[in-house]
Design a protein around this ligand. Sequence first.
Ligand SMILES: [Zn+2]
Length: 277
Amino acid sequence: MNPQDTERAGGRSRWVPTPLVTASVALHVAAAATALARPRLWPWALGAVAANHVVLAGAGLWPRSQLLGPNWIRLPVDSPVPNAVAITIDDGPDPEVTPKVLSQLAAHGAHATFFCVGERVERHAELAQEMARNGHAVENHSQRHRHTFSLLGPAGMREEISRAQDSILRVTGSPPRFFRAPAGLRNPFLDPILTRLKLRLASWTRRGFDTVHGNPDAVFDRLANALRAGDILLLHDGNAARDAKGRPVILEVLPRLLDALQARQLQPVTLRQALPE
Ligand SMILES: [Zn+2]
């Protein structure tokens, strides 16, 4: 699916299952029917279902996969802003790091998309409000950022997403329009929930791995080496790794990244600004 199709499919009012999800449902029905009609074949039916679950789990463990539903891995080709790149910043707001990130963005006149954790938005409401006031987008990264998110059933998943939706709306006055799963991990229940909540799923083109790697040069290279229009880049203001001097890595990388964008005449935009009109 190319990004243009992703965007068309992303603006859905009705959930349409992907071919993988449709085939999986059909396989479950066929396996159950086989096991009932020919009981001696039940081990084969069970084996087929187990194999299908391995495929579905694999698709959910691959953050940039589009097998479980539409997923922005680049900006749409018909984005209204030419030469745009989206910097996305996850896991905040963080009382130590986020104010400095906001100053660095302001110094470059740049806008970013913050995928915020709902309970952190409630705890640091003034930071989330400052993001919104300064023209950044505050989007949904679940209420608690549970590492077991992709193991939740439909009710648990819906609760994590809709509570964050409510927290962010209450604090910033504006409802999120994009969702990113904790660690990018998903399962087949997610897509219908996002459709109902009018949220689009966004992952990334490249990530800096800046929660685990403390070397700012390596993080910068990972993000900037192949930089081009349409990229969605991922950094973290929450859970940021520290460099050798104990500084959060994002604060070393972000100014260099903004300079690199400027040098290549690429415009930093929020994901919302890249929505086709
Ligand atoms: Zn995260």
